[in-house]
Design a protein around this ligand. Structure first.
Ligand SMILES: C[S@@+](CC[C@H](N)C(=O)[O-])C[C@H]1O[C@@H](n2cnc3c(N)ncnc32)[C@H](O)[C@@H]1O
Length: 271
């Protein structure tokens, strides 16, 4: 099944990816999949960079990824958006920890958005909307911070997405991005980011941090996979969630430079 998947054209894989995120929301009624990113860990030394409440411990590395990116700017009193908020783990963590005035999570997967609106309904100021990153359901110049974690690689039209970021950000607003690409794709992404002509606050290659988190988080992901996923489709789900052999292959791609992971904090010029 895995061999067949590898041969499929990019467009079909993308369609499958969209259905996959809908499916995840249908099968995960709890918070096992509240985060869907590779995670972040220091390259050396203790892997923990945060004290976490016991119920969040299982999400340590994906939370560290969000925290590391969010901690680069001041959120107090700000109106923030996360595009591709998934199952809301990161959006709610950032909202609870950094306390913006308001935060809206936007995602293409309706089941994920419904889940988030129900799960986080007690947070005044936090809400979720269905929407496409390439055509955001938002007014012009409506937010101070726009966050996007490990999602833009799936958007068919990257230029359209960046034009939307520029449209909805207020002058002086921040664009926080964390994502990976193939070596060639990263050259295009960096060129596109330069094209925004925003002030570059941070622009770093964090591939080594991502590789370490993938390694450290793998036992938890394997345990979850064995517990939750039927044996028949386990190989495919493991490949799609970078677990087991797929995690080792992904680590190798980052270590060999075939893929890289960027961390970007950019500021739109003040008017
Ligand atoms: C790998 S998950 C990351 C979710 C979340 N940022 C996290 O780190 O847990 C990618 C997310 O992008 C969403 N997505 C894919 N294409 C999208 C689009 N065109 N517009 C908005 N969201 C999209 C998917 O539904 C999914 O929730």
């Amino acid at each position: 099944m895995l061999k067949l998947w590898k041969k499929l054209p990019k467009g079909i894989k993308r369609k499958f990816a969209n259905s996959w995120y809908e499916l995840i929301s249908r099968i995960d009624s709890g918070d096992d999949l509240a985060f869907m990113n590779h995670g972040f860990a220091p390259v050396e030394g203790k892997p923990e960079i945060l004290d976490l409440a016991p119920k969040l411990e299982k999400h340590r590395y994906p939370i560290q990824h969000y925290h590391n990116l969010a901690a680069t700017v001041e959120w107090t009193g700000k109106e923030a958006i996360e595009v591709s908020s998934g199952r809301g783990g990161g959006t709610s963590y950032v909202f609870d920890t950094f306390k913006p005035k308001s935060m809206i999570g936007i995602d293409l997967a309706r089941t994920a958005v419904d889940y988030c609106n129900q799960t986080f309904q007690d947070r005044t100021g936090l809400s979720f909307k269905v929407g496409d990153a390439q055509n955001l359901p938002l007014e012009d110049a409506c937010c101070d911070i726009m966050m996007n974690v490990e999602s833009s690689l799936n958007y068919p039209d990257q230029d359209r997405f960046l034009a939307e970021v520029d449209r909805v950000l207020r002058p002086g607003g921040y664009f926080l991005l964390a994502d990976y690409r193939s070596a060639k794709g990263m050259v295009s992404l960096r060129r596109r980011l330069e094209g925004l002509a925003y002030e570059v606050i941070r622009l770093e290659d964090i591939s080594a941090n991502i590789a370490r988190a993938l390694e450290l988080d793998d036992p938890r992901k394997q345990e979850m996979l064995n517990r939750r996923v039927p044996a028949l489709v386990r190989g495919l789900v493991a490949a799609f969630s970078f677990t087991g052999k797929a995690a080792r292959e992904e680590i190798d791609r980052f270590q060999s430079g075939r893929k890289s992971y960027v961390f970007a904090v950019l500021r739109k010029p003040a008017a």
